[in-house]
Design a protein around this ligand. Structure first.
Ligand code: NFE
Ligand code: MG
Length: 519
């Protein structure tokens, strides 16, 4: 029996430690350890409610737009204006979040996970004229292998030509992500922490110029997704089909729905959205979401036991580091007492299971190319495929939405901050279901809770001892070489975890964690 400790897991956002007990080459027990404390809920207490939109975006530099949207939906509902947002405001929010998520999925595939499958060393033998690839070749010749190395060395199965192309696409994807960020900034003012999304709507107004500038950039994203990203995911999938049965997980999926197609219901759970809200189990049958069934458990998290089992609207953040049996700063969210995975796989599967015709065609088309059945979606490959299809589904919607904007009409509605109110904001961030809850007293934040995608996926055991989704995906995995556990990191990265979101760095006395000089 051996123990594999990976600390930190690299090429994810933030700091995650994973411990696996391995017996006869198989993972018998797994623990995902969130090593940093977030504490934004404590920072928000007593502040003007409108600060939530600004401050919660600082939870993360990767997905601030989604936190901005969740916070703003939350404030709209608390302020009683959720059904009064002008269409221009609703649509511009979708354009901001859509361009953001499409480029975020590209980031994940190329810059975080591709190196698990692509043999960069093949670039040393490149003989063509691609100047960027030749400069990568020069770097490799000089032994300058960051950011490609170090890594656990996998079993690389792609041909040298495909590996070389994948590295060229890695470089190209940096440029495409910049275009995606520029598209976001057209309407949101800046990147990464946007200023344009506010309660009541957005601060930008549609003009013919900014609509056309946006569409032009989105077309670049669409071309890359269609011509490069999806073919590359299918090429990797074709060579690694065994990963359609690895990292299966809990097989319960949850999505809140995202991208409002209609703003007329004040209840976000009843809205028509691009991605549908719902649950899906192993049978791929859809179910409805009842947000009253969401609770967070802390028996194995470093928070006071008295705060366990609460609905987020009643949630409390009372840290207790070193608590017996606890091993993570991440809480364990559960739906109806059960373990649920969130993310692109969940939202694609829910939208597919609910019969959306475009999604059905995309998923069935991809599965038939791979000669795989829908059950293969519950896997490492299924998550990567769903993320790519999520990017396409979003990117293909953006131009049509941009053309629905009406220059000259409002994008914002006035409101008053109530003395007392409660609110809830639900969306799907790049990494999955994201909820913010607020309680307002005396026009100030009395309580604020964020239940974040990676908290669902990376959370530890709950009070009943049920393992979190990533822990379940790891348990049962065969590991060929305990000193080089590439199977484990491939599974973890398929979830695209963000530990900054699920937790956040602080030190009690403001101690510097390190000093870096940028030259
Ligand atoms: Ni920090 Fe985040 C996203 C949110 S969390 S990346 O997407 O919300 O998992
Ligand atoms: Mg981050």
């Amino acid at each position: 029996m051996g123990k594999i400790v990976i600390d930190p897991v690299t090429r994810i956002e933030g700091h995650l430690k994973v411990e696996c007990i391995v017996e006869n080459g198989e993972v018998k027990e797994a623990r995902t350890v969130g090593n940093l404390f977030r504490g934004f809920e404590i920072i928000l207490r007593g502040r003007d409610p409108r600060d939530a939109q600004v401050i919660t975006q600082r939870i993360c530099g990767v997905c601030p737009q989604s936190h901005g949207i969740a916070a703003t939906l939350n404030l709209d509902s608390a302020f009683g204006i959720a059904d009064k947002i002008p269409d221009n405001g609703r649509i511009i929010r979708n354009l901001i979040q859509g361009a953001h998520i499409a480029q975020d999925h590209i980031l994940h595939f190329y810059h975080l996970t591709a190196l698990d499958y692509v043999n960069v060393a093949d670039v040393a033998r490149y003989e063509g004229n691609d100047s960027q690839l030749n400069s990568v070749k020069d770097f490799i010749a000089r032994g300058e292998l960051g950011p490609f190395l170090p890594r656990y060395e996998g079993d690389y199965r792609l041909s040298p030509e495909v590996n070389q192309q994948a590295v060229a696409h890695y470089v190209k994807a940096l440029e495409i992500r910049r275009v995606g960020h520029e598209a976001v900034a057209i309407f949101s003012g800046k990147i990464p922490h946007s200023v344009g999304v506010v309660p009541g709507g957005v601060t930008s107004v549609p003009t013919v110029d900014n609509i056309m500038a946006y569409i032009w950039k989105i077309k670049i994203l669409q071309d890359f997704i269609d011509d490069v990203y999806i073919p590359d995911v299918l090429a990797v999938a074709g060579a690694y089909l065994d990963y359609a049965e690895i990292g299966v997980g809990c097989k319960n999926l949850l999505a809140y729905g995202s991208f409002d197609l209609d703003g007329s219901s004040p209840d976000y759970t009843k809205r028509e959205r691009l991605f549908k809200q719902g649950t899906v189990g192993a049978d791929l049958k859809p179910g409805e979401v009842d947000t009253n069934k969401i609770t967070e458990y802390v028996r194995h998290s470093w928070y006071e036991d008295s705060t366990s089992g609460k609905h987020p609207s009643q949630g409390e953040t009372k840290p207790q580091y070193g608590k017996k049996d606890a091993y993570s700063w991440t809480k364990a969210p559960r739906y109806d007492g059960k373990v649920y995975e969130v993310g692109p796989l969940a939202r694609v599967a829910v939208t597919y299971a609910k019969g959306d015709p475009v999604m059905k065609e995309m998923v069935n088309g991809a599965l038939s190319k791979l000669k795989a059945s829908p059950s293969a979606l519950f896997s490492v490959l299924g998550r990567h495929l769903a993320r790519a299809l999520s990017a396409k589904f979003i990117a293909d919607s953006l131009e049509g939405w941009a053309l629905q904007l009406k220059p000259g009409e409002p994008a914002y509605v006035e409101y008053e901050i109530p003395d007392e109110a409660t609110g809830m904001g639900l969306t799907d961030a790049a990494r999955g279901a994201l909820g913010h809850w607020i309680e307002i007293k005396d026009k100030k934040i009395a309580n604020y809770q964020c239940v974040v995608p990676t908290t669902w996926n990376v959370g530890p055991m709950d009070d009943k001892g049920q393992h979190g989704p990533i822990e379940q995906a790891l348990i049962g995995t065969k590991v060929k070489d305990e000193k080089n556990p590439f199977e484990i990191v491939r599974i973890i990265r398929s979830f695209d975890p963000c530990l900054a979101c699920s937790i956040h760095v602080v030190t009690p006395k403001g101690r510097d964690l390190g000093q870096f000089r940028v030259v």
